[in-house]
Design a protein around this ligand. Structure first.
Ligand code: AMP
Length: 400
């Protein structure tokens, strides 16, 4: 029986999901957290049961070794050769990668060479790929890029209005992210709406710890809120989203703790967003608790968060000249009924209305009234499945 692993390696984490393919059956999944720190944790979910193991995990290679141990221990594989494919999420593909790629030494080199486009993500993604190449050298290894779906953006959308030389010499442009998710939920939304995706104008809101909004016309991404790196666009858990760049030299000149541009960018990436404004948390569940108990900073952070979402969604009504549906997905989009309610109520002028009884936690599908001229859908994302499917395509190609 052939098995495929879907892998999402972060700087201190590695998420995995094991599939039986082509049946698309999830056999097990898990996550290694706090890799490189003394209190690392490995969690595996097998047959609905969580197995938690605490032990020091020094790097991604050790995490993958432990994963192999776990798969054997729970009889999920008898022999590693059963794992015939490994698909890796890679955040930035730059202008090189318009679709998924078979990992070769050259591809790995290119992924590393564009780390400036996703400094928090690409080096970790590459470490994940290398660890699996060492332990499963015979498996088909595929890189699936978050930016690939957005390579259909027209130049007027992806270019920044700065002198052309900075695009021509340094490829400074908008690349976007979360492409696999925007693609998947737009295709699922088309099924729910009962129309081919080619005939639909959709606005997809991937709202998790990282968040991005996309305008999708006829199944193709025509604009998206993230920019040169995943720092752009809406406010996020720890990221500021869009900022006026003039703040950077001003803060370096005035704040003794911020010495250079990198310090300011690190602050925008790691200490801003919901965390920076609420001063309580970067996590929406905790923010909601703090807001509902009357914490003023938490109330402001929530209001700013919803405000930025509304602004980007309304921009895309303009980009698309109207839309058939707004789709909510990812941790907050799928689970937080307050965010959905407040975003949709604030955009009711566009003809959107939801049924309060349908807008509940765990809601899936169409939650809008029959009169709503723009449908509002909740669609759980499944980036892991998209990755596993891409690996499957390469396996078939190679067998030909
Ligand atoms: P993600 O990055 O897609 O995993 O999403 C993480 C975000 O989703 C965090 O801000 C979580 O607080 C939020 N989230 C997850 N579950 C819930 C929930 N039940 N209600 C509100 N927010 C949630």
């Amino acid at each position: 029986m052939e098995k495929t692993l879907s892998v999402n390696a972060g700087s201190s984490s590695l998420k995995w999901q094991l599939y039986e393919m082509p049946e698309e059956k999830v056999i097990a999944k898990g996550i290694f957290e706090r890799i490189g720190l003394p209190d690392s944790v490995a969690t595996a979910k097998i047959d609905g049961q969580a197995h938690v193991r605490k032990q020091k995990i020094v790097d991604h290679l050790q995490a993958v070794l432990l994963l192999m141990d776990t798969l054997i221990h729970f009889n999920l594989v008898d022999d590693f050769r059963e794992i015939t494919g490994v698909g890796h999420r890679v955040v930035a593909g730059g202008e090189f990668f318009k679709k998924s790629a078979l990992v070769t030494p050259e591809v790995l080199k290119q992924i590393k060479s564009i780390s400036h486009l996703a400094p928090l993500h690409n080096p970790a993604n590459a470490a994940g790929i290398e660890a699996f190449l060492k332990l499963l050298p015979d498996a088909v290894s595929v890189a699936v890029f978050d930016t690939a779906f957005h390579t259909t953006m027209p130049e007027k959308a992806f270019r920044y209005p700065i002198p052309n030389q900075y695009y021509e010499k340094y490829a400074v442009r908008k690349y976007g992210a979360h492409g696999t998710s925007h693609m998947y939920v737009s295709q699922e939304a088309a099924k729910i709406l009962g129309k081919p995706v080619e005939e639909l104008k959709l606005i997809t809101a991937h709202i998790g710890n990282g968040a991005s909004i996309s305008a999708i016309d006829g199944g193709k991404s025509v604009d998206t809120s993230m920019g040169f790196t995943p720092l752009g666009g809406v406010m996020m858990g720890t990221r500021s989203g869009e900022m006026d760049a003039s703040v950077i030299p001003y803060l370096i000149a005035n704040d003794p703790e911020l010495n250079d541009a990198q310090d300011v960018i690190d602050m925008f990436n790691n200490r801003s967003g919901i965390k920076g404004v609420s001063e309580v948390t970067s996590d929406m569940r905790d923010l909601q608790d703090a807001r509902l108990s009357g914490n003023k900073n938490a109330i402001l952070a929530y209001e700013m968060f919803v405000d930025r979402l509304k602004k980007y969604i309304s921009q895309y009504f303009g980009v698309l000249n109207g839309a058939d549906a707004l789709i909510f997905t990812a941790g907050i989009g799928e689970n937080d009924e307050d965010v959905r309610r407040d975003v949709v109520q604030g955009l009711s002028w566009f003809g959107m209305e939801i049924i309060p009884e349908l807008n509940v936690r765990g809601a899936v599908g169409d939650i809008s009234t029959p009169e709503s001229t723009v449908k509002v859908l909740v669609v759980p994302t499944d980036e892991e499945l998209v990755i596993a499917r891409d690996v499957e395509k390469f396996k078939k190609e190679l067998k030909k």
